[in-house]
Design a protein around this ligand. Structure first.
Ligand SMILES: [Zn+2]
Length: 642
């Protein structure tokens, strides 16, 4: 009897609780949540790079020039229409790094100006009536949608969301009316991969409106991949091939990765596990077949078996847009799965391919980033706007960093990136935890974290132990704690304000053999790829061999004095073998971090990351890589910024 009274009371209590209806358009919660705007401040080398990018690129850009195309519809066959959305989404990330009322007002105004350019029938894009649904129209509208949705998410202004809906509705209606498949809209050689990436904003629209029309449209696009169409007699099967673990389609690298960003959003919107499975397997395929040692992909913007090819002189390697989209896709996979492999990936891309792609002043980006040769500023594709795809994309990868550096899980904070700075995260009960990092990592190997909840609290602090850190030590208030490479160390305890965590990571030099089996080695130190730079290496008639120890390690000694242009420099021992049998001796060569290598951005400053065995020092550096590949184009210079 007493039990049944208790059960009745319990039932009554439950009835009294407000019932939260399941949100049909957002059934999946992220495993890790991105840091909210303004909660993570990075200092040191990374903080400087973010500041240069924000001040000299993002906030130095007048978006009005980009918006004018929507107002005048004076584009008929080009992709200028992507620039506003790329700029706006980068500016929202810049705002998240340093929120201010002034910037918020600026972003609100810019979005309103864009909404004003919308045609009465809902079209919002750069093309005239006659050229809609040709060439790059869908691609440009994808970025318009992403910009408008970012504006709605930032400001809550429903007119931005409504404007995005009307633009998407106009496109869907016109495709239906003309009985056109989206994958057949335009750009024959891209086989529908560019236009298909509109799945991302379409899924975001579904999440925000619950209107099933968008979900149906996104699914239709995926169905179109599986049937023959005009530009692909066999179909392109992006989803099915990913599920089957096949290598990525040898087509446009960043468009295809963008499609999988959309697939991630579809998973978030539906909970359909095949979408998550496909995105994860696709990411693994990129790692296995395409991602090069510095964390980027592509040649001539296309996937090309990059893992095997990367030791060769590649014509147009590693489009910055590909670097950025790879990092954005990894961020999606990290949010959804909580698997630290995606944070390992982003860290490598960030410090190497991304760091190398930005000019020292932060005002410009490279189009391509070779692993050997010279750095060249990106060609200005549109002189009327002084703009190019990669220059518009670069900040979208770099400025994402604070959002994933420290994330939050259900049971506590997640530290993914070690860098000097502070983070404030919240527990499920709303209480705040401040995390202060003191470190010069990845120059040094030690990280000190001070963990301060407002008062004593039990929670789990997740610390990413990179897969390469085979010898790691971790302690809390001096007490050793267990940790394993390639996993999160989970410190579940009662934390008091000021508790200290000490982490030492394994920064021994690692010799990485060429995946193709070619007789070449590269040296990684933690997440940093090292490179030879001709400002540090003598051009002499000598052949040298890198001779790692039995464990594959290379002894690296920091140089006592280093030039101002280098972030870090090390001496590494190389063997000289005058004869097979005797007279062998060791000579030291200096290497620097890959991001600093070649950073004079001139045709005389040369570098290389992969080291042939043996390496002939007088012929170490490929020269004229720009001229060879672009005989008809003047070598670009960094455009002056105002
Ligand atoms: Zn690009």
């Amino acid at each position: 009897m007493r039990l049944s009274i208790r059960a009745l009371l319990l039932a009554l209590t439950m009835l009294a609780l407000p019932v939260r209806a399941a949100d049909p358009a957002n059934p999946v919660a992220d495993t890790f949540n991105l840091a909210p705007p303004g909660t993570v401040q990075l200092q040191g080398w990374l903080g400087d790079k973010l500041g240069l990018c924000m001040n000299h690129r993002v906030w130095n850009q007048d978006p009005e020039k980009f918006i004018a195309f929507f107002r005048h519809h004076n584009d008929t066959d080009n992709w200028r229409g992507e620039y506003w959305g790329k700029w706006y989404t980068a500016a929202v990330l810049a705002y998240a790094c340093q929120p201010s009322a002034e910037r918020l007002a600026q972003l609100e105004n810019v979005a309103r100006e864009v909404v004003k350019t919308q045609d009465p029938d809902g079209y919002l894009g750069p093309y005239d009536l006659q050229h809609r649904l040709t060439c790059w129209d869908v691609w440009c509208r994808k970025y318009v949608l992403l910009g408008l949705i970012a504006a709605y998410d930032l400001t809550g202004d429903k007119t931005a969301l409504e404007s995005a809906r009307r633009n998407a509705d106009n496109m869907i209606a016109e495709l239906n009316q003309k009985k056109m498949k989206l994958v057949e809209v335009a750009i024959v050689v891209l086989q529908g991969t560019a236009d298909s990436s509109i799945i991302e904003p379409i899924a975001l629209l579904y999440q925000r409106t619950g209107d099933k029309k968008y979900l149906d449209f996104a699914r239709q696009i995926i169905d179109q991949w599986n049937a023959p169409f005009r530009w692909a007699p066999q179909g392109i099967h992006l989803l099915d091939d990913a599920l089957a673990g096949k290598p990525p389609l040898r087509n446009h690298a960043y468009c295809i990765m963008s499609c999988f960003e959309g697939i991630c959003e579809l998973y978030r919107a539906t909970g359909d596990r095949q979408y998550l499975e496909a995105a994860v397997r696709f990411g693994q395929s990129v790692r296995k077949y395409e991602r090069m040692i510095d964390g980027s992909a592509s040649n001539h913007e296309l996937f090309f078996d990059g893992v095997r090819q990367q030791t060769e002189i590649i014509e147009q390697p590693q489009e910055t847009c590909a670097t950025v989209t790879w990092m954005k896709l990894c961020a999606q996979l990290l949010r959804l799965t909580g698997d630290p492999v995606w944070a390992d990936e982003m860290e490598v891309s960030l410090y190497n391919a991304m760091g190398a792609a930005m000019t020292p002043g932060g005002e410009w980006f490279a189009y391509f980033t070779p692993l050997a040769g010279e750095r060249v500023p990106g060609v200005i594709a549109h002189p009327d706007l002084t703009m190019s795809c990669c220059v518009a994309s670069g900040p979208r990868g770099l400025l994402l960093t604070p959002r994933w550096a420290v994330m939050s899980a259900k049971d506590g904070p997640v530290v993914n990136l070690y860098a000097p700075g502070t983070a404030t995260t919240k527990l499920a009960d709303g209480s705040e935890i401040k995390i202060v990092q003191e470190t010069d990592y990845p120059v040094g190997d030690r990280v000190k974290l001070t963990i301060s909840p407002a008062s004593k609290r039990r929670f789990t602090l997740h610390l990413r132990i990179p897969a390469w850190s085979q010898r790691t030590t971790l302690s809390v208030n001096g007490e050793p704690a267990p940790c394993d490479p390639g996993r999160y160390a989970k410190l579940d305890r009662e934390w008091s304000p000021g508790d200290q965590v000490a982490l030492t990571l394994d920064l021994r030099g690692r010799a990485v053999p060429a995946p193709s089996g070619a007789p070449q080695l590269a040296i990684m130190r933690g997440p940093i790829l090292l490179a030879l730079d001709n400002r540090l290496v003598p051009s002499i008639d000598k052949a040298v061999w890198l001779t790692p120890d039995a464990g594959g390690h290379v002894e690296l000694k920091p140089r006592a004095v280093q030039p101002g242009w280098a972030w870090m420099t090390f001496e590494a021992p190389f063997q000289v073998r005058p004869s097979h049998f005797f007279g062998i001796y060791t000579t030291n060569l200096a290497l620097c971090d890959f991001a600093s290598a070649g950073n004079a951005w001139s045709e005389t400053n040369l570098y290389r990351a992969w080291l042939p065995q043996p390496l002939y020092l007088s012929q170490a550096f490929p020269t004229n890589t720009w001229k060879l590949m672009h005989p008809d184009i003047t070598r670009p210079v960094i455009p002056p910024h105002s």
